[in-house]
Ligand binder design. Structure first.
Ligand code: GSH
Length: 215
């Protein structure tokens, strides 16, 4: 059964799922959601996901949203990229929660405000505030990765796939890989995994497709 991933290329939260689908060898296809023209706020989309967000994964008669929940579903489905014992399960959950609150959410909003809002409307102070918060998060991640190759256990898990979701995008949002050598080495390790591809190669839609609001 082919899973459908409702997504768009610029969505780092969708990329986490697309990458995990690829690395676990699932059959899937992307369904483009026109976020930049407000599709996630339409009545039709809210029938699919009342939370009004991508990613959404449809697998048979199951419909999931929230990248962390979808990643856990994919672990259950494939037996790959998951915990090997109950303590690791909690560790993975810790990273998914931290990522959603302190990393990907800040990356997403900072990148949106810095690149996808018309230049004259970009709120400089808000962007700077977010970048300073983000630097604290990059520091946490870099520090942990100075002592280990993967966030949980000794192999890649969905914790890594979640936390790397925004860090391969080319648009500037205050993340300079040269400032964070251990994050850089970890991103390189993820890139070595069989099947890895960057976000715009996995999902439809990219800034170049839109002729306005493009940096
Ligand atoms: N915590 C959610 C965040 C999802 C999210 O923020 N999705 C964005 C795109 S990356 C979205 O669809 N936003 C729609 C909107 O704000 O209207 C997850 O991990 O799935």
């Amino acid at each position: 059964m082919t899973a459908k991933l409702y997504c768009f290329g610029e969505s780092g939260n969708s990329y986490k799922v697309a990458l995990t689908l690829i690395l676990t060898g699932c059959r899937w296809e992307p369904v483009y959601v026109d976020f930049f023209n407000g599709e996630t706020r339409t009545r039709e989309f809210r029938k699919l996901n009342p939370m009004g967000e991508v990613p959404v994964l449809v697998h048979g008669n199951k419909v999931f949203s929230q990248s962390g929940a979808i990643l856990q579903y994919l672990v259950r489905l494939t037996g790959m990229l998951g915990a090997q014992n109950p303590d690791e399960e909690i560790e993975i959950l810790r990273w998914l929660l931290w990522d959603n609150y302190k990393l990907s959410s800040l990356c997403g909003v900072t990148r949106f405000l810095s690149n996808f809002v018309p230049e004259e409307k970009r709120p400089r102070e808000v962007i700077q505030w977010h970048i300073s918060r983000l630097r604290l998060s990059f520091g946490v991640l870099d520090d942990v990765l100075s002592r280990r190759d993967w966030l949980v256990g000794d192999r890649p898990t969905i914790a890594d796939m979640s936390c790397c979701g925004y860090l391969y995008y080319p648009e500037p949002f205050g993340f300079h890989v040269s400032d964070w050598p251990h994050i850089g080495a970890w991103l390189d390790r993820i890139m070595q995994l069989d099947g890895w591809q960057p976000p715009y190669a996995l999902m439809p839609g990219c800034p170049a497709d839109r002729n306005e609001h493009t940096p």
